[in-house]
Design a protein around this ligand. Sequence first.
Ligand code: 4AD
Ligand code: MG
Length: 462
Amino acid sequence: MKRIKIKELLQSKEFNKEFVIEGWVRTRRGNKNVNFIAINDGSTINNMQVVVDVPVFGEESLKNITTGACVKVKGLLVNSQGQGQTVEIHAKEILVYGTADTETFPLQKKGHTLEFLRTIAHLRPRTNTFGAILRIRHNMAFAIHKYFNDKGFCYVHTPIITGSDCEGAGQMFRVSTLDFNNLPKTEDGKIDFSQDFFGKETNLTVSGQLEGELAAMALSEIYTFGPTFRAENSNTPRHLAEFWMIEPEMAFYDLEDNMNLAQDFVQYLVKYALENCKDDLEFLNNMYDKELISRLEFVVNNDFKRLTYTEAVDILVKSGEKFEYPVSWGTDLQSEHERYLVEKHFNKPVILIDYPKEIKAFYMKQNPDGKTVRAMDVLFPKIGEIIGGSQREEDFNKLNDRIKELNIPTKDMWWYIDTRKFGAAPHSGFGLGFERLILFVTGMANIRDVIPFPRTPKNAEF
Ligand code: 4AD
Ligand code: MG
């Protein structure tokens, strides 16, 4: 008999019919006459209660049914008289696929800290919390593709190994097959990358944007969704060395269009989560963050506040707030500043635009004032920056001048600049950090808890 998933069976009204479920034992409790086994198969946060007539099976045959064991149960579906569930299975046959030793199984007891669970990343998907997070992550990934597909955007795969530095921040992981113990050298003593696999220096990408722009110059509306890598040594609750990014890029969009898309996109995703991940969100709301669901609803139902960087700095300077990092025109905003604007001043998500060109990437469209660029950052409660984007500089000369000003080697970038020579179009785009989105939607406080296997400085165990 084929197994039915617990999510589906919990909805069933086919009482007194036989079903097979398979899953992992969360708990077994009871007495000499009757046992109750809670089984979870990951299809939902809810468990199926299996009722066992102990004398029929014999106590000895049940001894391996312990927390963490994997079992197959065949039994009758009945209307439950107990509290906490509407249906249950009355067991006829139980098969133990895999035991879990009660002495050594780390998830024997409930209530482990999230910090401890990070040290057993190979087992934490078995907890309610990580089951919920993984299901929400999946739902968000699906909703992202659905959103763009419904709008006619084309999903473009951009390379993971690149020879260029999109953000110009120099925080890249090298990709090389050279023998580190015997590096080939050029005549002037430098490493000879012409002998490396690709015949040049290559790295893991920090962003798919540059290649995304090339595609947008043909398909007009595209998006990327892939892993990105940053070797920045920031040990914060919001940074990963390997994270996933969604980067839409659109021809014929100005900054205003870009902001409208960003707001609509994030609101759609949050609404999708509220509608499709109800049980998991309710669990996280009750366990971790009593304001989670109301915060999500608030974001769906309210426009984001839009203002310039200059206006924001003005507010921060006049706020009288004691910030760890002092703020003045020209400084990059820290998370504490972003959160002051969002959580204390405006009490809603904020989009900041027109940042000083010195603190933003080379590709952003220059404003006529000569000082600022058409950048936009979307700032969220509890997260700070969730999206970074801009209108792009499409003017060949201006882009070229900026690249020279910043000493960016044009030999790695010629193909990008080329698009400004052939049919250049006004265009814009942005990048949404997938894990920052998941942080917001789940209400978790640390980004290490919303990706199955976090990559952070000094941590790549699992
Ligand atoms: O602001 P960023 O650096 O922008 C770009 O990479 C542009 N190329 C995007 C574009 O215009 N197409 O990164 C975009 C977003 C951030 O707002 C943040 O949400 C996330 O990516 N992000 C990180 N998430 C986790 N860990 C890190 N180390 C991150 N760095 C950026
Ligand atoms: Mg940014």
